[in-house]
Unconditional design. Sequence first.
Length: 207
Amino acid sequence: MQVDSWLPVEGIAGQLHLRAKFTVNIPYLLPKQQMPLPSRFQIGLAWDFGDNDPADLDASVAGFNARFEHLESVSFQRLAGFEGAVSHSGDDRTGDGDGDDETITFDMEKVPEEVEALALCINSYSGTPISKVSFAHVRIIVDGKTHGCFCFSGTRIKACSGFFIGFVQKSQGEGWEFLTVAAAAEGRTLDESLPAIAALASQNLKR
């Protein structure tokens, strides 16, 4: 990224010429890409509908076992679960303001042993197609810093009321990793999207 600008300087005649070049090193998550995770992290969702009518987007987590069976969920309707391993910041109905609109916090050391994967889904509670967003991002946060980010606009996804971002899954070695899926999972709520998520789990999760 480059900056080349002339800035006024208070108290003297003339301007300051500012020219700088810098690199922002934030890993971008692509579909089917895997990213190792620490035991504690957060996932934040932010969105902007621009000139379109705003919609209420909700970030939720659904847990699955090794047989792709749904165990439990955490959402704005149930703010904590998985024996305290996952907690939700609460419902943001507009997406107004800076920063993440909804945040989910993970402590993987507390996750019950039977949990094989945690699926992250975004739903449009109003039914407004998520494809109408002008911009949205999902970012993995470690110690307050962006560890990885998946960004999209309406032109990059098909019209759907549910969008499945990806899994937090057990890695082949020790620990956990994030697997980006980025696929439609139709449904105004997480419960409505569960059949599509379960099908995607059977296709993408490691056996």
